[in-house]
Design a protein around this ligand. Structure first.
Ligand code: PLP
Length: 428
C-alpha cells in the first residue's frame, strides 16, 4: 500500500505563500498536457493561471521538451565567468532583436526577483560609478517585484513584508495612474522628481499583477517616463509577468514610445519549463561599468547563471513566440475575453472588470476586501470543484491562461466565473 503524493508531501515539504497548519492538503499532479493538469486521483484541472503565470505554451510542450533533451546530452552547465556557450549567446542575440532598440546587453540570473535585484544594483551603481549621489528609488504603490530584500523594498509594504520592515530600504511610492488618477499622479511624479537624489523608477508596465491586475494606459505611462527621461532618472521596466505576449503584444513595452534603460524578465521566458531570470540594459548603463578600475565591475552572479538547459528552454520557447500562430492565439484569447467582459457588464455582484490582452480580471462587489477574507478560499475551492485552477487575489479573480487554451476550455473557465458571480451576488 503506497501513500499518495499528497500524504507524503505533508510529511516533508514546506510550501510557498501557505499557512501550513490550516492549508488543505496539496493536490498531487502527475502529468500536464496543453492547458490541462492531471492529478493522482484522476481529476483534471484547466490551468487558468498558467501555474503562477509562467506556462505560456501549455504543459510538457513537445518542442521545448525536445530542445531541452538535446541540450542535456550536449552540455548541462558550465561556469559563466570566463566561459560562454551557444545557448546563452544565441538567446541573447535573439532576445535583443525583439526588445526596444536601445537594449544592448543581457545579464542572466535564475528568477524574477533576482532579475529585479540586478536591475536595481545596475541602476544604483550606474550613478555610483560616475561619482554622482543619486540613491533614491521610485516605485508604484501596490507593486510587486519579488521576495528578495531589494525586490521587497521596492514592493508594496504589506502583511507579507511586515516581519522584515526594518531591513527594507526607503522608497518613494507613487500611486498607480489608473484612469481617473492620471493627472494627479503626473503632478505627484513631477514633485518627486524635483528632489535631486532620485536614481531610478521601477514599474510593472500596464498591469500590476499581484496588486490584483491593476491596469493603466500606455499613454499615461509614456508621459510619466518622459518626465523621468527629462530628469535623468534610470527607467526600469519589470516585464517579469507582462513579457512574452501576456498583454497582447510580445512585450508590454511594445505599447510604449519611451524606451526603458533596464528590463527584467523571467516567468514566461522559458515557457514555464526552467527557472531563468534576465536583466537587459542600454549601452549607456553598460558603459558606466567599463573601466581600467576593476572595482567598477558588477559584482553579482549566481552559480547557475546562464544555465545552458534553461537557455535552451528559452530558445525553444522563442521559436514558438516567433511563430505566426503565437499572435493569432493572443488575438483569439483577447477577443474571447472582451466578449465575456461585455456579457458581465452591469450584472449583480460585479464591481469592476478589467482586461489587457490575455489578462482578464473580475473584481467582485463585497463589504470587506482582504486577502484573508474567507471569500477568497470559497472562490478558489469553487473553481477547483469545477475542474479549473484559478487563484483569486482577495475578491479579484483573474484569468491568465496558457496561449494554447482552447475556446471550449476558456468557456469552461468563464462558466466558473459566472458561478462565482452568482455565489457572490447571493452571499452579500
Ligand atoms: C513574479 C514576479 C516577480 C518575481 O519573480 P519570481 O520568479 O517569482 O521571483 C517580479 N516581478 C513581477 C512583476 C512578478 O510578477
Amino acid at each position: 500500500m503506497h501513500n499518495s503524493l499528497s500524504e507524503r508531501d505533508q510529511q516533508v515539504n514546506w510550501h510557498p505563500y501557505t499557512q501550513m497548519q490550516t492549508a488543505p492538503p496539496p493536490i498531487g499532479i502527475v502529468r500536464g498536457e496543453g492547458a490541462v493538469l492531471y492529478s493522482e486521483d484522476g481529476k483534471e484541472y484547466i490551468d487558468a493561471v498558467s501555474s503562477w503565470w509562467v506556462n505560456i505554451h501549455g504543459h510538457a510542450h513537445p518542442h521545448i521538451a525536445e530542445r531541452v533533451s538535446q541540450q542535456l546530452h550536449t552540455l548541462e552547465h558550465v561556469i559563466f565567468a570566463g566561459f560562454t556557450h551557444a545557448p546563452a549567446v544565441e538567446l541573447s542575440e535573439r532576445l535583443l532583436k525583439l526588445l526596444p532598440a536601445n537594449q544592448s546587453r543581457v545579464f542572466y540570473t535564475d528568477n524574477g526577483s533576482t532579475a529585479v535585484e540586478v536591475a536595481l544594483k545596475m541602476a544604483l551603481q550606474f550613478w555610483f560609478n560616475q561619482g554622482i549621489n543619486k540613491t533614491k528609488i521610485i516605485a508604484f504603490e501596490g507593486s510587486y517585484h519579488g521576495d528578495t530584500f531589494g525586490a521587497m523594498s521596492v514592493s508594496e509594504r504589506s502583511v507579507f513584508t511586515r516581519p522584515f520592515q526594518q531591513y527594507l530600504f526607503d522608497v518613494a511610492f507613487l500611486p498607480v495612474p489608473v484612469p481617473d488618477q492620471e493627472e494627479a499622479v503626473l503632478a505627484q511624479l513631477e514633485k518627486l522628481l524635483a528632489q535631486e537624489d532620485i536614481a531610478a523608477f521601477v514599474f510593472e508596465p500596464l498591469v500590476l499583477g499581484t496588486a490584483g491586475m491593476v491596469m493603466y494606459s500606455p499613454e499615461i505611462m509614456d508621459k510619466l517616463l518622459a518626465l523621468c527621461r527629462e530628469r535623468n532618472v534610470v527607467i526600469i521596466a519589470d516585464e517579469v509577468m507582462t513579457g512574452f505576449g501576456r498583454t497582447g503584444k510580445r512585450f508590454a513595452c511594445d505599447y510604449l514610445n519611451q524606451e526603458p534603460d533596464l528590463m527584467c524578465f523571467s516567468k514566461g521566458i522559458t515557457g514555464g519549463t526552467m527557472a531563468l531570470g534576465v536583466t537587459t540594459c542600454s549601452h549607456q548603463i553598460y558603459a558606466s561599468f567599463l573601466s581600467e578600475d576593476k572595482t567598477k565591475a558588477l559584482f553579482h552572479g549566481h552559480s547557475y547563471t546562464a544555465n545552458p538547459i534553461a537557455c535552451a528552454a528559452a530558445l525553444a520557447s522563442l521559436d514558438l513566440v516567433e511563430a505566426a500562430e503565437f499572435q493569432e492565439n493572443l488575438t483569439c484569447i483577447s477577443s474571447s475575453h472582451s466578449a465575456f467582459v461585455k456579457s458581465l457588464v452591469g450584472k449583480p455582484g460585479i464591481k469592476e472588470i478589467r482586461q489587457t490582452g490575455t489578462i482578464l480580471a473580475v473584481e467582485f462587489e463585497v463589504d470587506q476586501t482582504s486577502y484573508f477574507h474567507t471569500l477568497r478560499d470559497d472562490l478558489y475551492n469553487l473553481a477547483l470543484d469545477n475542474g479549473v485552477l484559478l487563484r483569486p487575489l482577495g475578491n479579484i479573480v483573474y484569468v491568465l491562461p496558457p496561449y494554447c487554451i482552447t475556446s471550449a476550455q476558456l468557456n469552461q473557465v468563464y462558466g466558473v466565473i459566472e458561478k462565482m458571480r452568482l455565489f457572490v451576488a447571493e452571499s452579500f
